[in-house]
Design a protein around this ligand. Sequence first.
Ligand code: ADP
Ligand code: MG
Length: 397
Amino acid sequence: EKRSLRSEVRALQNLVQELRGSIRVFCRIRPPREPTAGGAGTEAQGSRSISLRKPAGDKRHDFSFDRVFSQEASQRDLYEEVEPLIPGVLQGIHVCIFAYGQTGAGKTYTLAGNKRMGEPGIQDLAIADLLKLAAVDGARFDVRLSALEIYNESIQDLLSELRGDPNGPQETSERLEVRQSREDLSASWPSPFGSMRVPGLKSWPVREPPDVEQALQRIASQRHVASTALNERSSRSHCVLSLSVRPAGGSISEEGRREATGVLHIVDLAGSERTKISQAEGMQMKEANCINRSLSALSDVLYALGDSTGNAHIPFRNSKLTYLLQDALGGPGCKTFLLAQVSPDSADVNESYSTLTFASRVAANVQKGRLRPLSRGERGSPASRSCDASPRLRSQD
Ligand code: ADP
Ligand code: MG
């Protein structure tokens, strides 16, 4: 009885998520660094709007999103938006969370929390819930974690062995490539990116919180090595953490398990601040170009997905990040969150303006897509990006 109640609650949660659409755009304002004076900067206006004033200008700019989280919002408040989708991941849906914003706006804080303060991030809360749910009925699900970094359009595994002398100059791991193919017989675990494969990418089995802790430590040290080589690299690269979950053993065929693999991707994007390309040279110029191009490619993809009738052209190929994540973004049963992080400070107002403009371009199109009545062919067709979490597993229920 308890079980059927639980599945009814889940069905209702799925329905609510379905009504909210497959892309949702949030904004979070981090606590101020400077005393608020003169009204320049950004400020939450209720739970769905944010206003911005430039120091010199008198005009107030307003932006609205699915949710705006003020500087008082807790990590739990944010996680509550993601939480109802976690059971869906066990049933085969793909959830993608992007944190966007200038360096220092709180992207890593929101996703990974602050370990020193014992403050979990939404990724810690999500992983903990995922592991709990996966263990509810004995070991019915296997969970694996992988992590990669995209820096200057090249991919590195963040879980690979550290190479060289730990006290000497270190090299980071080798470059990996993305390939598109249906089958990769050499892999023992399905790619977290669906038909997009990254041959050689490690995936660590995780069962208990200490397994996750160990993996996150390895990731942190890999990122650290990378940044001593090229200064502050973590803000110049995209970090993609992927948790994949599939039903364990039993009577399910290998094919069935592949089909039912659900994934949660958590993406800490490179800082969105504009480097003045005219003043940068060499490596800095290359970095700035790569970041600008890949963030606009992401914007174009999310924009196209927001209003797609199911057959619009979606420009996944314009960057490594969107190419890699295309199955997680565009397929049936995909849920995407864009989390725009902004600073409230007047010193950051130009960057905040550009972050809010980026996010509201996506949000406005998503809104339009939600209001647009479904066309004939779209209703109930598998091509519509619905998020009914159940169909992939229905045969095993
Ligand atoms: P980013 O990853 O976008 O560069 P960080 O997450 O590193 O930014 O945040 C910059 C600093 O601000 C860090 O010291 C972080 O702990 C702090 N910070 C960010 N957001 C919050 C928040 N909501 N509450 C408390 N501290 C925060
Ligand atoms: Mg960061």
